[in-house]
Design a protein around this ligand. Structure first.
Ligand code: C5P
Length: 400
């Protein structure tokens, strides 16, 4: 479960810091990569050398270290992990996290991270019970910070009560729980997806082209939904005004042939969703200079573009699940069935794009999922909802 996971471990200044050395060992045994930030007070309890030896990584200590910043900025350090673990989490560091302070590397990384955070608090029993600490812990919990411990028992200060840092194996279990939950909400983790989106542009001369009205909204939403479900997603898109979907790698292309080449480069994949409105024909010749108005009426000789969906669905590297779209203005399901067979795909999402529906360029879509053995009529919903439902169907498909 932890193999290949990257953990950023922040070791703050508590006597329990010695247990963090064992935690590093336990995590490494399970295949996780552990990179450590050691606070100034943490270094009073364990040495940077011990931390570096066990983690087999450089130990990060200073916010204003020129070499650290040139090799790896604090932003990158905080973002390159899958999970940030603070163990031991002292009253001081919890307070800084709650208040949003950033006066050293640890607190700055915690403020800059976009990754989930797990804290393992430790402190004196009276400190733990103090309303200030309890308020900070409640605030952090409300913000989604996860917590393991503290446990009860004899404390280093000689008092007895709550405040002992969780044992390394308890922290490991909390980390494993986190990754198990994350995998459940990201059912396509480990799958690769390619999505095409937008129109293509087929040049006539250096300034003119043939294109269509596709906005790319549906394709971009599909890429966002697949990435959110955990799939490693490559979005190959023609020119659109849509922002890049979070989590997807975007490859920008113009022509159909460039789109096909970019999809081929992105292979192999488990999932292919072709949502692009590929221009069917391109000018046979592209004029090297701008065509002049010289009184005659030029004629364009068009040749057919490659069908990206059909080409990839019949290739040796065919992804296991191939999904196409069919934009029709009548007999939507009947045409979709024919297309399913003609293009060798598994599912077609068929939609009516007659002008009255407002689908082209709009935010809503009414689609039918057409497979060889079934047709699902989906109600009118936003393109993002269509994308989420498609991602859920794809996840079900791979579960079965
Ligand atoms: O044949 P038609 O254009 O209606 O098929 C639509 C489906 O085929 C869409 O999934 C579209 O992305 C895909 N397609 C393609 N390459 C083409 C034409 C269509 O991938 N040249």
């Amino acid at each position: 479960m932890l193999a290949g996971k990257r953990i950023l471990l922040i070791i703050a200044g508590g006597i329990a810091a010695y247990k963090s050395l064992d935690l590093i060992r336990r995590l490494r045994e399970r295949g996780a990569g552990v990179r450590c930030i050691l606070t100034r007070s943490g270094a009073e309890f364990v040495t940077p050398l011990a931390v570096a030896s066990l983690s087999e990584e450089k130990v990060y200590q200073e916010l204003f270290s020129l070499t650290d910043e040139s090799e790896m900025g604090h932003i990158r350090l905080s973002r390159e992990a899958d999970l940030v673990v603070v163990a031991p989490a002292t009253a001081d560091l919890l307070g800084k996290m709650a208040a949003g302070l950033a006066d050293d590397l640890a607190s700055t990384a915690l403020l800059a991270t976009d990754k989930p955070v797990l804290v393992a608090p430790t402190m004196n029993v009276m400190m733990w019970a103090h309303p200030a600490v309890q308020a900070n812990v409640a605030l952090l919990a409300a913000r989604g910070v996860r917590r393991v411990g503290p446990g009860s028992g004899e404390l280093a200060c000689g008092e007895v009560g709550s405040g002992r840092m969780a044992e390394p194996l308890q922290i490991v279990a909390a980390i494993e729980d986190f990754f198990a939950e994350a995998a459940g909400s990201r059912p396509l983790t480990g799958r690769r997806a390619i999505v095409t989106s937008g129109p293509t542009r087929e040049p006539i001369d250096p300034v003119r082209y043939i294109a269509n009205r596709s906005s790319g909204k549906q394709g971009h939403a599909v890429a966002a939904a697949l990435a959110a479900a955990g799939a490693e997603t490559v979005l190959v898109s023609g020119p659109t005004a849509e922002p890049d979907p979070p989590g997807a790698t975007v490859v920008s292309v113009e022509t159909a042939r460039e789109m096909l080449a970019a999809c081929r480069t992105a292979l192999p994949a488990d999932i292919l969703v072709c949502a692009a409105a590929v221009v069917d024909w391109r000018p046979a010749e592209v004029a090297a200079g701008k065509l002049k108005k010289d009184g005659s009426t030029p004629s364009l000789h068009l040749v057919e573009n490659p069908d990206i969906l059909a080409t990839l669905a019949r290739s040796a590297e065919r992804p296991a699940l191939v999904v196409g779209f069919a934009a029709e203005t009548s007999d939507v399901v009947a045409y979709a069935r024919a297309k399913l067979a003609r293009k060798n795909c598994d599912w077609i999402l068929a939609n009516d794009v007659s002008p009255a529906t407002g689908t082209f360029g709009g935010d809503h879509n009414t689609v039918h999922l057409v497979a060889a053995d079934r047709v699902e009529d989906w109600p009118r919903m936003t393109k993002r909802q269509v994308a989420d439902r498609l991602a859920a169907r794809i996840a079900e498909h791979f579960r079965n």
